[in-house]
Design a protein around this ligand. Structure first.
Ligand SMILES: C[S@@+](CC[C@H](N)C(=O)[O-])C[C@H]1O[C@@H](n2cnc3c(N)ncnc32)[C@H](O)[C@@H]1O
Length: 412
């Protein structure tokens, strides 16, 4: 019976149940049947076809809401810089789809303020298929899990204490509008097009056919010179649909048209510091780029100077971001040979192998990254997802548990 419901979920929201593991869907169905006091699975399946409210409840129960502020930080630096260079006449329209519980959309607002934009110069829509996530986004009270990593200086400038956690200040809140909507249901979007569209960490839950459908929906939602940002494991897809890489390391950003390319600075800006809050509204300098290698765990001493290794790593990232996954694998292997093993190169190699559909190789690379840096969160997340897709749910759960412990220890 869950087979029929899994099919319904795939047709409605694109969810490939193998990507989250069948136990997730099975458990959600059991819980919802209990809540509806329905004991017969066939009756519940029929109930789903007539009750859009119950279908929404089931969707709320199966989606993965995992998100946090400034996830993949370079994406926010890049989009704000792109917006500054290609400022349209009207306010810049940004869409976060899926926005989950709102962290991504609010991060865009903070990044835009940090880049010197004023409130009337941009507006952000946050859309997600889960009504529960949208309610959380509108409530906008966040706990420790929404603040991960070590660059949390934005917390002091943009948040205030509220009962149960921290809430973005009013200036940030009023930049974002949320609504429930399905990427595959055009109803949610009307005729609106966007200058910047974040569709991150959603395509990984779809099969190939639905990924193609999703990309064509995203294309329709973007203005002709728009910018699309995807998640790290999704970077191979936009190029297959005619998008052009923005070639900005670790932003996973793509353009609809070559004409609007914003060149990344030679050393990309990473972390804005002491940038103004919307109350102040003026821009301040950005910190220089810090290489991502060497941040985690027992990295082996490089055989070449760190600066060279870092440059070479950036080259791999740039090619990977451009979606040239085969070439990125070759360059990553050459990097390994020249500079020796590091968690970061194995993680990157895993990402490009993953994007290339080479799951066993990708799993091996993620494991090597985790051997060198046992607390490498991104490697933990991606390996867990991969194992789940391969049907190894015990392995995926063990990694999820490990990730939880890492986050707890670091206060994330
Ligand atoms: C892992 S979160 C990603 C959130 C955020 N973009 C990020 O990268 O942190 C995935 C979200 O996709 C939403 N989602 C799943 N299918 C969707 C669909 N067809 N249309 C819109 N949102 C969807 C889920 O409700 C969930 O909140």
């Amino acid at each position: 019976m869950t087979g029929a419901i899994e099919k319904l979920l795939m047709e409605t929201i694109g969810l490939d149940s193998a990507s989250v593991g069948p136990t997730v869907v099975r458990q959600a169905v059991r819980d919802r049947m209990e809540a509806c006091r329905i004991t017969n699975p066939q009756a519940y399946r029929e109930h789903l076809t007539v009750s859009s409210q119950e279908l929404q409840e089931l969707i709320n129960a199966v989606v993965i809401p995992e998100t946090w502020f400034f996830r993949d930080r370079e994406a926010f630096t890049m989009l704000a810089r792109h917006a500054r260079v290609h400022k349209p006449a009207q306010p810049i329209r940004v869409l976060s789809l899926p926005c989950s519980t709102g962290e991504e959309a609010y991060s865009v607002a903070m990044a835009m303020f940090d880049a010197g934009f004023e409130a009337h110069e941009f507006k952000i829509d946050g859309v997600d298929v889960s009504s529960r996530n949208i309610a959380t986004a509108e409530r906008a009270i966040y706990g420790r899990n929404s603040f991960r990593g070590s660059h949390l200086e934005f917390k002091d400038r943009y948040f205030e204490a509220a009962e149960g956690g921290l809430r973005p200040i009013a200036g940030v809140l009023k930049q974002v509008r949320f609504r429930v909507g399905n990427l595959f249901g055009s109803r949610a979007f009307g005729q609106e097009v966007y200058d910047i569209l974040l569709c991150r960490n959603l395509l990984i839950y779809f099969n190939r056919e639905l990924q193609d459908r999703a990309l064509s929906c995203l294309k329709d939602l973007l203005a002709k010179d728009g910018l699309l940002l995807v998640g790290p494991a999704e970077a191979a897809l936009p190029r297959l649909h005619g998008f052009i890489s923005a070639e900005w390391p670790l932003a996973f950003a793509f353009l609809k048209s070559e004409a609007v390319k914003t060149t990344a600075p030679k050393v990309p800006a990473a972390v804005p510091v002491r940038a103004p809050s919307p109350k102040v509204n003026k821009s301040e300098p950005l910190l220089p780029f810090r290489p991502t290698i060497g941040n985690e765990g027992r990295r082996q001493a490089p055989t070449k100077p760190l600066a060279q290794a870092s440059e070479s790593l950036i080259a791999v990232e740039r090619i990977a971001n451009a979606g040239r996954v085969k070439e990125a694998q070759e360059v990553a292997l050459a990097h390994l040979k020249e500079f020796g093993p590091s968690a970061e190169i194995f993680y990157l190699l895993g990402l490009v192998q993953d994007a290339d559909g080479s799951a066993p190789e990708a799993a091996r690379s993620y494991r090597k990254a985790l051997y060198l840096a046992p607390n490498h969160r991104e490697a933990l997340v991606h390996l867990a997802l991969l194992l789940s897709k391969q049907g190894d749910h015990n392995g995926a759960e063990a990694l999820a548990g490990r990730l939880g412990r890492v986050q707890k220890r670091s206060g994330g």
